[in-house]
Design a protein around this ligand. Sequence first.
Ligand code: ZN
Length: 240
Amino acid sequence: MPPECPCRIAAPVLAATPCCSAGRGPSPSDPQPDFPDIPPTMAHQLPALPFDLDALEPHISRSTLEFHHGKHHNAYVTNLNNLVAGTDLDGKSLEDTILAVAGDAGKAGVFNNAAQVWNHTFYWQGIKPGGGGTPSGALLEKINADFGSFDAFVEQFKAAGATQFGSGWAWLVLDGGTLKVTKTANADLPLAHGQKALLTMDVWEHAYYLDYQNRRPDYITTFLDKLVNWDFVATNLAAA
Ligand code: ZN
């Protein structure tokens, strides 16, 4: 029996160089991926983490990342592919899929799984080893202008994460040209509300329970002090 293809085992990078000849792998004529959208003609795939599994320790453990990325995020990708297979959503990009089913109660399963794929991919990009602290440049100026001060932003962001009842997400978004802090329940996301996401913090228990148990506020403080990738946020703002 041939050895199992590594992309069946580990999280594949967004399919730039697929190693599988079976299934729905791309041909050389397919368009190159335009992250985070998945090129048409391909099933949605789990993107690789942008850092090693133990790179965020001691703030987020390898064990948390193994479950959060390898199990939870991966399950959303698998569920989404199963739900859209053979439907008119098959082959659509992730964002087009989300926009096509947002608000359609009959497609809640597709929305929840597609949005959770998007949210988690975005979350991983928004954190990094040695992150956190205070941003600089145009991003800091914009935060100061729209929130009054960086400390005021931090206060709002912490409150959004702490007061999201049950599972959900805290966000920094651009809404009509103004920075705002928002929170969403379950899989909901700014894209479904005409807002541009700049940063998100996962406050589902699976994001922090192994490391912080019920101490969500400690996870939130660590997220801001040690993990936020402000370069990613600044890039998103500049591109908005
Ligand atoms: Zn999560």
